[in-house]
Design a protein around this ligand. Structure first.
Ligand SMILES: NC(=O)c1ccc[n+]([C@@H]2O[C@H](COP(=O)([O-])OP(=O)(O)OC[C@H]3O[C@@H](n4cnc5c(N)ncnc54)[C@H](OP(=O)(O)O)[C@@H]3O)[C@@H](O)[C@H]2O)c1
Length: 252
């Protein structure tokens, strides 16, 4: 029988104070995992912690700035000391700045790439090193349909998300023999603060829905379900793959 249970496992989710990360953290808790939730503003994690504890699991709020390697190391140490070694790492923290390519500044580019790609890589490296030493672990990276389909105003964002898909595959190849799987999810629009930058523009919501074969946006729960699967024993034989949580958008 397929095993989607995470009882006894320790999960760490970046960007878990709101939106998709919060939903992922809650779903992993419902699956039985103890969950370390992280964000830059640690005070914003209180709601996620409450929800996890209400679901009957252990929660730990840890401050983490993914652009700072010392912060990543300190967060990994704090989680290890309080909950034990991380079995599941979900790299969800991400940012977007909508800009026409001609207007992108160096600061825009660095902000987006340093968070979405560099930060994600060094989280993989820090936690991945510990997983490799133990000979087990699962990493799930949150990419985006924007990393597969070109769309205007996303030079930095789409580049970062496409790179995450390749990075996922490179790490999967390197760590497969060490007991660590690395997979990704690539959602289409989910109603969050990040997506509101696009969806709140006049006509944008209708135009987006018209392109999605299933004719609705993704929900936080749709994404969290795919992450739970990739984090669970049921997905032991998957590595280097991407689940498109996109209502059929990318197949078109
Ligand atoms: N929403 C969508 O339509 C959509 C679609 C496809 C993919 N995605 C991806 O899904 C992920 C989550 O998106 P979302 O829509 O849920 O975003 P969101 O609502 O803006 O939440 C972003 C989370 O990341 C944290 N964060 C941002 N910068 C950080 C940093 N430098 N270090 C550590 N944590 C940081 C934020 O907390 P703090 O600000 O306190 O740090 C927050 O918890 C992102 O990777 C995004 O690209 C979103």
């Amino acid at each position: 029988m397929a095993d989607f249970d995470l009882a006894g496992r320790v999960a760490m989710v970046t960007g878990a104070s709101r939106g998709i990360g919060r939903g992922i953290a809650l779903e992993l808790a419902r699956a039985g995992a103890s969950v370390a939730v992280t964000a830059r503003r640690v005070g914003d994690l209180a709601g996620t912690v409450r929800e996890i504890e209400a679901a009957g699991s252990r929660a730990l709020a840890v401050v983490l700035e993914v652009r700072d390697r010392a912060s990543i190391r300190a967060a990994a140490d704090a989680v290890g000391a309080a909950l034990g070694p991380v079995d599941v790492l979900v790299n969800n923290a991400g940012v977007q700045r909508l800009r026409h390519a001609l207007d992108v500044t160096e600061e825009d580019w660095d902000f987006v790439l340093d968070t979405n790609l560099r930060g994600l890589f060094f989280c993989c490296q820090e936690i991945g090193r510990r997983m490799v030493e133990r000979g087990r672990g699962k990493i799930v990276n949150v990419s985006s349909a924007a990393g597969m389909i070109p769309s205007a105003e996303r030079a930095a964002y789409a580049s970062s998300k496409a790179a995450v898909l390749m990075l996922t595959r490179v790490l999967a190849v390197e760590w497969a023999a060490r007991g660590v799987t690395v997979n990704a999810v690539a959602p289409t629009f989910v109603e969050t603060e990040l997506a509101a930058q696009t969806l709140d523009r006049p006509g944008a919501r209708e135009a987006t829905l018209a392109r999605i074969p299933l004719r609705r946006l993704a929900t936080v729960e749709d994404v969290a379900a795919a992450v739970r699967y990739l984090a669970s024993p049921a997905a032991d034989y998957l590595t280097g793959t991407t689940i498109g949580v996109d209502g059929g958008l990318v197949m078109r």
